[in-house]
Design a protein around this ligand. Structure first.
Ligand SMILES: *Cc1c(COP(=O)(O)O)cnc(C)c1O
Length: 452
């Protein structure tokens, strides 16, 4: 029988994360202070982040040991299967081999707990027992709530008010895992009170929720802040995905020619891709890596590689990344996790160096690919993930034309069981495709600080 699921055992959970910073031909440009434009010293960061995480953020060590307690708890959902999508291949009539790494296995249903767990662990080691964060649709908030419950820590989540009201299931998950969830803007913080004074009915935004979560971490000694994507230490923790995949491909004697991952802040893409990319940098493998993003928020394909703020309100340090401008407001597409104006600095640098490429897709073609995937392989992908599915399907169809027997891999970053409302809209034909007008993108890019 041909192998459907390539499975590892608990003993195969990697003992170290892989840090691409050791192998990139150029260093990642440092974050700059938002006011002085000087490199940010660690003093500013230690007020809100664990020391161990700040060290990982700037480390150029190739391998960083995974603490044994983190490995023990990873075993709740890891190693995740590498799956061959035979029935999808058959439906597409392609000679290509299609594999996916199934990160939907974690209890919250995505890759995000891969970093939530070590982030919470290092904070607890340093005596911090309360974490604050923001969440949009609730995927990051539910991942942090889940690991905090495992480690006996408190979790405070500022959830964008519209999502709080319209996405009750992620909120219930967080509450069940013991988190305190507050609709943002709230009257608990100075930032929230200012916004509410100006507009009592403000629906909230990720930028506002970040300001609230950072503010409580700044003002309370017992509380630190956590971020679910973009930062270097998040890319590091997610490398566990690609390290397992590498091992799984070795077991079956195959290797991907082309790899697809969806990109919001870049973490699930980096997690699968970076460990494989090191073989390309070393000149040993010829793999292509494609970051899949929405046409409505095309930071990689139509943004610029520049220093920009991480948030709308210009509170965060400036980081060098592919950006559409901090003032860019993407349309309300259904892949909420892909609506970020910027991109992880490490993914951005890899793209600038020509090591990874990007492709943009419309949401209806993504839902269509996700529907075919669900019909053939059973799993309903998250709307974010559907962009990677679309990338893989398009490549498989190209192989049908050319007859190439390529090996295609994509990251199944999460399931869509809490996003069925979006699928309802797709099924009833209510979804629209947007392409952002070039002049709007240029308007937003004109607001970037002049640093380079
Ligand atoms: C958050 C999320 C994303 C986007 O974030 P990245 O940091 O780009 O990975 C993608 N897929 C799922 C399922 C998510 O929850």
């Amino acid at each position: 029988m041909q192998c459907k699921r390539v499975l590892l055992t608990e003993n195969d959970i990697p003992t170290a994360w892989y840090n691409l910073q050791a192998d990139l031909p150029e260093p990642v440009p440092p974050p700059l202070h938002p006011a002085t434009h000087e490199p940010v010293g660690p003093e500013l960061l230690t007020r809100i982040f664990a020391r161990a995480l700040i060290e990982q953020e700037v480390s150029r060590e190739r391998w960083i040991e995974i603490p044994s307690e983190v490995r023990r708890l990873y075993a709740i959902w890891r190693p995740t299967p590498l799956v061959r999508a035979y029935d999808l291949e058959k439906a597409l009539g392609t000679p290509a081999r299609i594999y996916f790494k199934d990160e939907s296995h974690s209890p919250p249903g995505s890759h995000k707990p891969n970093t939530a767990l070590p982030q919470a662990y290092y904070n607890k080691q340093e005596g911090i027992l309360r974490l604050s964060t923001e969440t949009g649709a609730g995927q990051w908030g539910s991942s942090l709530a889940f690991v905090c419950s495992l480690l006996g820590m408190q979790c405070k989540v500022y959830m964008v008010k519209v999502s709080y009201n319209h996405k009750p299931y992620r909120r219930s998950m967080m509450q069940l895992w013991g988190a305190q969830v507050t609709p943002s803007p709230s009257d608990e913080t100075e930032a929230g009170r200012q916004i509410l004074a100006a507009d009592p009915n403000c629906p909230g935004s990720l930028g506002i929720a970040i300001s609230e979560a950072v503010e409580v971490a700044m003002h309370r000694d017992d509380t630190n802040y956590t971020l679910g994507s973009v930062l270097n230490h998040v890319m590091l923790h997610q490398s566990i995905i690609g390290l397992e995949a590498e091992r799984q491909f070795e077991m079956i004697g195959d290797w991907p020619d082309v790899v697809f991952g969806c990109v919001g802040g870049g973490s699930n893409f980096a997690g699968l891709v970076f460990p494989l990319l090191r073989h390309k940098i070393a000149g040993k493998r010829e793999t292509r890596f494609v970051a899949c993003e929405p046409h409505s928020c095309p930071s990689m394909s139509r943004g610029q590689y520049r220093y920009d703020y991480g948030d709308t309100t210009k509170l965060t340090p400036l980081v060098k990344m592919h950006t559409l401008g901090h003032g860019f407001v993407p349309p309300g597409i259904h892949a909420g996790g892909l609506r970020y104006h910027g991109m992880a600095p490490m993914v951005s640098l890899a793209a600038k160096l020509g090591l990874v490429e990007s492709a943009a897709f419309h949401q209806t073609e993504c839902f269509q690919a996700a529907r075919l995937f669900a019909a053939t392989e059973g799993i309903i992908p998250a709307p974010e993930t559907s962009h990677a599915v679309r990338g893989a399907v398009a490549e498989a169809l190209r192989c049908r034309e050319t007859g190439e027997e390529k090996c295609i891999l994509f990251n199944l970053s999460g399931h869509g069981l809490c996003d069925l409302g979006s699928y309802d809209r797709y099924l009833s034909g209510d979804l629209e495709d947007y392409s952002y007008p070039q002049e709007k993108i240029e308007e937003s890019l004109a607001e970037l600080p002049q640093i380079d």
